[in-house]
Design a protein around this ligand. Structure first.
Ligand SMILES: *Cc1c(COP(=O)(O)O)cnc(C)c1O
Length: 351
């Protein structure tokens, strides 16, 4: 018993499956298109002599290109190993009041895991009947707030008015807006608010819109003081979070704004026709501003559809949590993948 008492025991986050055989993979919101051509070039031309050395602990090259892209100062950007790393570091840095932090009850399930890992008390705020955030719930006393915008897995974007309201009501705590899917929304990022609200931290990732989930790059934007505090924690944890290849490839990806715009537009176009098709088949779903659609059918059981699709080598995401057990979260793939998905879905529904 003694030994067990000394262990930090946690229930880990469970990521979506990464099947090794060839399947149509619509379960973890990866991008179906390759990264920008400059990334492939950078990998081929990579100076492997540089691998002998430690990477730049300040990650200046990537930080500066992101600052330019976001139209903020480099001192307002923090880069990490995927936004999961940035978020985990942010929990550790900003949520230390002892009061419960707040996040939606239906949201990215990693928030609860980090809260438990770092022993941060938390409260989950229910979404309203249309699956929107209820901003009133974020006005009570708390130790910090975090939510994705657009939210996952609902796909719903909340306007910056809602976010500003929450920021104004919570001047003494940090509010983190996780913008993993913002590039698919065609709506403004909360990064435009960081100069006005010193309690705002916004995170984004290269895993979805920049097709680089395997490279692990994410970043946060916030005022200089918040970023300094994050850096201090990072340097107390691991000075070299980002590998040299990730720094070089990430910088190449940011440079190619044209490729980024084109692939993002393609996914949005595929999403829009997929919504029509799902509605024609009788599915119900909140309006998605992301690269996935969170849909349920009044006459077909969510788990059964999930299993039937999986047996036919089509992977989507399903959770057993009762409130959302009827839903499938379907990542938007290429047009061809979506056509195959719909052909298979129609077959299953006819059986
Ligand atoms: C995918 C995702 C992340 C993490 O992405 P990384 O691959 O770690 O950059 C964070 N938040 C939400 C809501 C996500 O969906």
């Amino acid at each position: 018993m003694r030994l067990e008492e000394n262990i930090r025991r946690v229930t880990p986050y469970v990521p979506g499956e990464q099947p090794q055989q060839k399947v149509i993979k619509l379960n973890t919101n990866e991008n179906p298109y390759p990264p920008a051509p400059g990334v492939e070039r950078a990998l081929k031309e990579m100076d492997d002599g540089r691998l002998r050395l430690y990477p730049d602990p300040e990650i200046r090259m990537l930080t500066e290109s992101l600052a330019e892209y976001c139209q903020v100062k480099p001192e307002q950007i923090f880069v990490g190993v995927g936004s999961d790393d940035v978020l985990s570091m942010s929990f550790l840095t900003f949520f230390n009041s002892g009061k419960p932090i707040l996040f939606p009850d239906i949201t990215y399930s990693f928030y609860k895991v980090w809260a438990e890992l770092y022993r941060i008390p938390y409260e989950c705020c229910p979404l309203d009947e249309k699956m929107h955030l209820r901003k009133e719930d974020y006005c009570k006393e708390n130790g910090g707030i975090i939510f994705p915008n657009p939210n996952a897995p609902t796909g719903i974007y909340e306007s910056l008015d809602v976010i500003e309201e929450i920021l104004k009501q919570n001047p003494d705590v940090i509010v983190i807006v996780d913008e993993a899917y913002i590039d698919f929304a065609g709506k403004p990022s909360a990064i435009s608010l960081i100069d006005r609200y010193d309690n705002l931290l916004v995170t984004q990732t290269f895993s979805k819109s920049r097709s680089m989930a395997g490279m692990r790059i994410g970043f946060a934007a916030g005022n200089e003081r918040l970023i300094r505090w994050l850096q201090d924690v990072k340097y107390s944890f691991n000075s070299y979070t980002m590998s040299y290849p990730a720094i070089v490839c990430g910088t190449e990806a940011v440079k190619d704004t044209e490729y980024f715009r084109k692939t993002t537009e393609k996914i949005v176009a595929t999403r829009e026709w997929s919504k029509e098709k799902l509605a024609d088949l009788g599915f119900e779903f909140p309006d998605s501003s992301t690269n996935f659609i969170f849909a349920k059918h009044p006459k077909y059981d969510g788990e059964k559809l999930f299993q039937a699709l999986k047996e036919r080598q089509i992977y989507v995401r399903h959770w057993k949590q009762p409130e959302i057990a009827q839903y499938l979260r379907i990542t938007v793939g290429t047009d061809e993948e979506m056509n195959q998905f719909f052909d298979t879905l129609e077959e299953i529904m006819k059986e």
